[in-house]
Design a protein around this ligand. Structure first.
Ligand SMILES: Nc1ncnc2c1ncn2[C@@H]1O[C@H](COP(=O)(O)OP(=O)(O)O)[C@@H](O)[C@H]1O
Ligand SMILES: O=C(OP(=O)(O)O)[C@H](O)COP(=O)(O)O
Length: 402
């Protein structure tokens, strides 16, 4: 089945100013990029546009800056890495207001086949509110718009959606095309049993997808920071573990819905708990393993325990399709990585169709050397989950038809 959307293969962009929304939201530690999957994934589109002789203007968000510009969320390191990979200069337009004097001058003077990267789009507060003023400013730089930010296409923001109100020549890039094809193959009419595994720390976001997922899957496994809101909803003490207190009733409803639909909902039965969150994140920690019915009030659950690892691994082994988003624990710390490793291993060893989604989950699987054992590693976590829910995602919806 075709995508139904215009793609960059439908046009030669010679001489055009093309604004490309990438997802350069890469993990960083002390200003150094620790995993550049998302940069690599963006290269084919950028190279095609360079080869066409386009003026390539890249934009992206990085992290979640709360109060406007902040040095630690600058995209400057991405410009450097990208330039190394492309083997040509990437001009970084370092404007705190994103479309400022530097960006305008760089775009005005750039030649065909040259590349400019704008500063973090979330430095503008309008970005996440999809406010027209910033969309219009972004659009003023470009003749055409290409969305290649699969990982962000579930966000209706200025740079992923609103900008297309002002630039009418729109297309999806190669990464978008590839992701939609692979995910579609895996999850439209999946081989059953179909299991989804949720974890990670974006609790508020990801809890919302559960209701729709329960309509699709046979088994839903919830681990990582996601699990504790469910455990609290069951009446357990969860100490200092991650929790979204506004979702306790929702979690109760989801447990009831799973029962009614005959979906197996698996939660951790034990947890590795720590007293203080490690800083830096890979600093040594002391853990205690406890049943989830006995999490001490002064501790935080930061990984699943050995019984849960077995429970989850067995469910994976019994599945024919597995989609996983979000680590089972704070895997960046070697003492808290066992749960994530156990799930990754079970997926690697199974002959099921396996799809991994999300920046951190993909990094975890690759860090463990298991990347090439998976059917598909998606660059999008939340995006792949919302795609799986069957929604038309805003960043795809706005692109013109083929
Ligand atoms: N129990 C937990 N408590 C706190 N943080 C956790 C827990 N389990 C996982 N995490 C954190 O979740 C983060 C990844 O979450 P998320 O962004 O939702 O995943 P992804 O990027 O794969 O979509 C990791 O940095 C990891 O340390
Ligand atoms: O990292 C991302 O999503 P993911 O953590 O769900 O994979 C995307 O760049 C979206 O980022 P956001 O969740 O801050 O909007």
């Amino acid at each position: 089945m075709g995508l139904g959307k215009k793609t960059i293969d439908d046009e030669n962009y010679a001489g055009k100013r093309v604004l490309v929304r990438c997802d350069f939201n890469v993990p960083m530690k002390d200003g150094v990029i620790t995993n550049d999957n998302r940069i690599n994934a963006a290269l084919p589109t950028i190279k095609k546009l360079i080869a066409d002789g386009a003026k390539v203007i890249l934009c992206s968000h990085l992290g979640k800056p709360k109060n406007g510009p902040e040095a630690k969320f600058s995209l400057a390191p991405v410009a450097v890495r990208l330039s190394e990979k492309l083997g040509q200069p990437v001009t970084f337009a370092d404007d705190d207001n994103v479309v400022g004097d530097n960006a305008k001058a760089a775009v005005a003077t750039m030649g065909n086949g040259e590349v400019v990267l704008l500063q973090n789009t979330r430095f503008r507060k309008e970005e996440t509110k999809n406010e027209p003023a910033f969309s219009e400013e972004l659009a003023s730089l470009a003749d055409a718009y290409v969305d290649d930010a699969f990982g962000s296409c579930h966000r209706a923001h200025c740079s992923t959606a609103g900008v297309t109100d002002y630039v009418k020549d729109t297309a999806v890039g190669y990464l978008m095309e590839k992701e939609i094809k692979y995910l579609g193959n895996a999850v439209n009419d999946p081989e059953r049993p179909f299991t989804a595994i949720l974890g990670g720390a974006k609790v508020a976001d990801k809890l919302n997808v559960i209701s729709n997922l329960l309509e699709k899957v046979d088994t839903l496994i919830i681990g990582g920071g996601m699990a504790y809101t469910f455990l609290k909803a069951q009446g357990y003490e969860i100490g200092k573990s991650l929790c979204d207190d506004s979702k306790l009733d929702y979690c109760k409803d989801m447990m009831a819905k799973a029962k009614e639909k005959g979906v197996k909902l698996l939660l951790p039965v034990d947890a590795a708990c720590i007293k203080d969150f490690p800083d830096p994140i890979d600093a040594p920690v002391d853990t205690v393993i406890v049943p989830v019915t006995a999490i001490p009030a002064d501790k935080e659950g930061c990984d699943i325990g050995p019984e849960s690892m077995k429970l989850f691994a067995d469910a994976v082994k019994a599945s024919k399709t597995v989609v996983w988003n979000g680590p089972m624990g704070v895997f960046e710390n070697p003492t808290l990585a066992a749960g994530t490793l156990a799930v990754a291993k079970a997926m690697a060893e199974s002959d099921a169709t396996t799809v991994i989604g999300g920046g951190d989950s993909a990094a975890a699987v690759q860090q463990m050397g298991l990347g090439d054992k998976m059917t598909h590693i998606s660059t999008g976590g939340g995006a792949s989950l919302e795609y799986l829910e069957g929604k038309e995602l805003p960043g795809i919806a706005v692109i013109q038809k083929a």
